[in-house]
Design a protein around this ligand. Structure first.
Ligand code: NDP
Length: 255
């Protein structure tokens, strides 16, 4: 993506210490955005911010736990102090705790919902508050991207809590899009397919994981870069009249 379609934008990305979040931060910085990158592992986001700045980009690392509302507010405060109010928010932080529905502990169910659903909700809400205060109604530059999952539309052994949290994200996106449609804020949901990151651990190297890949039509994992065009589209002027969408990018895995 050679052209700098996010020049002048300020993007806050949660879960930017590994996997998709790291990739999105590099993508947005290369497209000209100032990026605010948050996660609990503060050292990792600090290293990523240093890398982006060394490459000529603008970045701020924040220590962030999306299950803690005060931590989210503090991250936005830090973003505003350094760059100004974010006009792009990517609610990406997520966890998986697999387990069959009869076995999964109540605390684990709560952790998954707390991070993947409430954390996304509170991140989007704080982002929208800041965007509105900064004049999104007039600028029409507010962009909120929620990272869901294809599991929102599938069933799988051990996925009850995770997949249900992601189904919640899909509907939350439409709901928030409707509530903020007159505030110059667009809310869209991207549902990635299976991509090799830390969240899957060693699964795809096991016999079970290999069998799962063999069961997909194209017999392969989704590339992380497959998300790039939509991530740029939903953050930029190009999506000015696109809100309330949710779209899967999964190389046909869910078909
Ligand atoms: P990773 O495990 O590599 O990254 C998850 C990120 O979320 C980490 O940066 C982690 O940082 C952060 N995170 C977790 N809990 C919190 C928290 N409480 N507060 C702040 N940050 C948190 O996985 P992916 O990059 O693959 O996952 C990113 C998103 O994509 C998730 O929402 C996931 O559900 C979704 N997704 C991933 C797919 C895949 O196959 N990889 C498929 C479909 C969806 P830290 O631990 O430092 O806080």
């Amino acid at each position: 993506m050679a052209d700098r379609q996010l020049e002048g934008r300020i993007a806050l990305i949660t879960g930017a210490s590994s996997g998709l979040g790291v990739h999105f931060a590099r993508l947005y910085a290369a497209a000209g955005a100032a990026v605010v990158i948050g996660a609990r592992r503060a050292e990792r986001v600090a290293d990523l911010a240093a890398e982006i700045e060394a490459g000529g980009g603008r970045a701020l690392a924040v220590s962030l736990d999306v299950t803690d509302e005060a931590s989210i507010i503090a991250a936005f405060d830090a973003a505003e102090a350094k760059f100004g109010a974010p006009d792009v928010v990517v609610a990406n932080a997520g966890i998986v705790i697999p387990g069959r529905a009869v076995d999964l502990a109540a605390d684990h169910i709560r952790s998954v919902i707390d991070t993947n659903f409430i954390g996304v909700y509170l991140t989007a809400r704080e982002g929208a508050r800041r965007m509105m205060a900064a004049g999104s109604k007039e600028s029409e530059r507010g962009r909120i991207i929620l990272i869901g999952s294809i599991t929102a539309e599938m069933t799988g052994q051990g996925d009850a809590a995770y997949a249900s949290s992601k189904a919640g994200v899909a509907h939350l996106g439409r709901q928030l899009a409707q509530e903020w449609v007159r505030q110059g804020i667009n809310v869209n949901v991207i549902q990635p397919g299976y991509i090799r990151t830390e969240i899957g651990g060693e699964w795809f190297d096991t016999d079970g994981g290999k069998a799962q890949i063999a069961g997909w039509h194209r017999r392969r994992l989704t590339n992380i870069t497959a998300l790039d065009p939509l991530m740029l589209f939903f953050a930029s002027d190009a999506s000015r009249q696109t809100t309330g969408a949710h779209i899967s990018v999964d190389d046909g895995q869910s078909l």
